[in-house]
Design a protein around this ligand. Structure first.
Ligand SMILES: CCCCC/C=C\CCC/C=C/CC(=O)SCCNC(=O)CCNC(=O)[C@H](O)C(C)(C)COP(=O)(O)OP(=O)(O)OC[C@H]1O[C@@H](n2cnc3c(N)ncnc32)[C@H](O)[C@@H]1OP(=O)(O)O
Length: 278
């Protein structure tokens, strides 16, 4: 209840600091010390190089400002993030593909490896790279009638191991393996049942409130002890990622530039466009 009050106050009276980039905005409530990082690249927060750079710099800014926690959400009404910007991968040259993948890696490591308590207020669909961001956080509250999941195999592509780390942290191995091999997109209700999200909420405000409450559970815990403990759990995945990160870029570039993969992207884009015009 106290957190809810603080949140409400945050909307009107409690001073808050604002920072923004072209495609993100950050509001740090001075009373709670919690930062709300909103992704705002209409229409679907698809992740192009600029968006990923903005996201990375906002995450580090929040970390460096000694905020008490980070809540990731979307300024768009029905999409949290639609994942990588397929327009930026389609007909792109190898250098552009390499830059895009490097920036995706950079955002993931900034969020997954953050020492702060992190939570995702998933106020819309979160397929592929959207799911990657949500599962890099420690807690998830999600609106009904949306989808979340790593659907790469449905697109004929493979999610590398680091991209699966969030799933592996959250889901039992058997379930993670099945969902990844099926390229399954979970509905909100299925995601709750599987344990992929923590709560179903009825509004974005409620999602933010639940996230704030989650971060509030650490109020009496020593921040350094908390952060080091969190990172001990994530260290093996981070170490493994650091070892392969350059090779991973090369593998992505080689896969994404293949004519048959480019054709899948072109067809997929066309279907998306047809669907959106219906
Ligand atoms: C596809 C092959 C990729 C091959 C890459 C090779 C290796 C990669 C290794 C693995 C990594 C993958 C990570 C990824 O993130 S790949 C991206 C996967 N993303 C998706 O499959 C989501 C696609 N989008 C949707 O399903 C829906 O848009 C939605 C998110 C559920 C939202 O639905 P709705 O609200 O109905 O909005 P619309 O569908 O009408 O879309 C509005 C508008 O936005 C365009 N758009 C949607 N998603 C993307 C996107 N990811 N990239 C670029 N543009 C996107 C859509 O075309 C509409 O545009 P127009 O209004 O201009 O028609």
């Amino acid at each position: 209840m106290m957190h809810l009050n603080l949140l409400r106050l945050g909307a009107c009276r409690v001073p808050s600091r604002l920072m923004s980039t072209k495609s993100t905005s950050v509001e740090i409530n001075d009373k709670t010390g919690v930062a709300i990082l909103s992704m705002c690249r209409p229409p679907v927060n698809s992740q192009n190089v600029q968006f990923l750079r903005d996201l990375k710099s906002s995450i580090y800014e929040i970390e460096n400002n000694k905020s008490r926690g980070l809540i990731l959400t979307s300024a768009n009404s029905n999409v949290f993030s639609a994942g990588l910007d397929i327009l930026e991968m389609y007909n792109a040259d190898k250098e552009q593909l390499g830059t895009l993948w490097t920036e995706l890696q950079n955002v993931w490591i900034a969020l997954y490896g953050s020492g702060l308590p992190t939570a995702a207020a998933i106020n819309g669909h979160a397929p592929a790279g959207g799911c990657l961001l949500a599962t890099a956080c420690e807690y998830r509250a999600m609106l009904p009638n949306c989808v979340i999941g790593l659907n790469e195999t449905q697109l004929g592509i493979i999610a590398p191991k680091w991209l699966m780390s969030g799933y592996q942290n959250i889901l039992p191995q058997r379930l993670a393996e099945r969902a990844l091999t099926q390229g399954r997109l979970f509905t909100t209700e299925e995601a709750l049942k599987a344990g992929l999200i923590d709560e179903i909420v009825n509004s974005k405000e409620e999602a933010l409130e639940k996230c704030l409450n989650f971060i509030g559970t650490f109020a009496k815990v020593n921040p350094l002890a908390r952060s080091l403990t969190k990172l001990q759990f994530r260290a093996a995945n981070i170490k493994e990622f650091e070892k392969i990160r350059q090779k991973d870029v090369e593998d992505f570039v080689s896969l994404a530039s293949r004519p048959e993969v480019q054709k899948v992207m072109g067809d997929y884009l066309e279907n998306l466009k047809k669907k959106s015009k219906k």
